[in-house]
Ligand binder design. Structure first.
Ligand SMILES: [Ca+2]
Length: 49
């Protein structure tokens, strides 16, 4: 998940097909803080278990 956060960071505010396929977690067609928040929640949930 660390790598996902890095990817979303480098893809932030991009809307290329590659960026969307990789890190548009909520599928709204944009890579932004909302996607980063979801990745962080997933990461925290994983390390909590
Ligand atoms: Ca999104």
């Amino acid at each position: 998940m660390y790598s996902d956060a890095v990817i979303v960071g480098s893809s932030l505010n991009k809307s290329t097909p590659e960026a969307l396929a990789a890190v548009d977690i909520n599928g709204d067609g944009a890579v932004n803080q909302a996607d980063l928040d979801l990745i962080e929640k997933n990461f925290l949930a994983q390390i909590a278990n």
